[in-house]
Write a protein that binds this ligand. Structure first.
Ligand code: HEM
Length: 155
């Protein structure tokens, strides 16, 4: 059977249905304050959506793991990445990037809210018009070793 490269249609999971009233892109203004700072006004665009990064089963199209995060590169070539996973696990990754070699290497500085996972490393490479990555993890029972390897084409 041919690999399934089409994502499943975005449907709201039954458990999330009561929160569906939040879905959408909202824009407006707010005010901030705290005893230690001067009050401030701000504008905001807030988007509640189905996860922008997602995986699904090859044959059945069923949703699998999803995650979302922020990439925080510094000019010295170091980078911090903060990731929230659909499983509830939270990750802070630290590492380096090389724009010429098109590679980012990350190692977890923090894995939180995880029952089994102790460490996660991630390496991303872009070459031959493909983005490939390897995710390794260590758990309470297994040493650091590959959990995921993938090659993705830009669409
Ligand atoms: C950094 C991201 C991820 C972490 C930390 C993670 C963590 C885990 C852990 C702790 C387990 C259980 C291992 C054990 O019991 O010893 C597991 C199993 C599994 N993971 Fe992940 N995972 C990640 C990403 C993914 C992704 C992206 C997918 C799918 C594309 C995936 C699919 C699976 C599957 C299919 C299993 C086996 C489930 C089972 O047999 O019950 N994982 N993962």
């Amino acid at each position: 059977m041919a690999a399934n490269f089409m994502p499943p249609p975005a449907t709201v999971h039954q458990a999330v249905q009561p929160l569906a009233f939040l879905l959408g892109t909202w824009r407006g203004q707010g005010e901030g304050r705290f005893p230690t700072i001067s009050p401030f006004a701000y504008s905001e665009e807030l988007n509640f959506s189905h996860s922008p990064n997602k995986t699904w089963k090859l044959n059945t199209n069923q949703p699998m793991h999803a995650e979302s995060g922020y990439w925080r590169p510094q000019i010295d070539g170091t980078i911090e990445v903060v990731i929230a996973q659909s499983t509830g696990l939270a990750e802070v990754q630290k590492g380096t990037f090389d724009a010429e070699q098109r590679i980012v290497k990350l190692k977890s500085a923090l894995v939180g809210n995880a029952s089994k996972v102790k460490q996660i490393t991630r390496v991303f490479k872009v070459g031959n018009e493909e983005l490939s990555y390897v995710v390794e993890m260590a758990t309470n029972l297994n040493d650091l070793q590959p959990h995921l390897e993938a090659s993705l084409k830009k669409i």
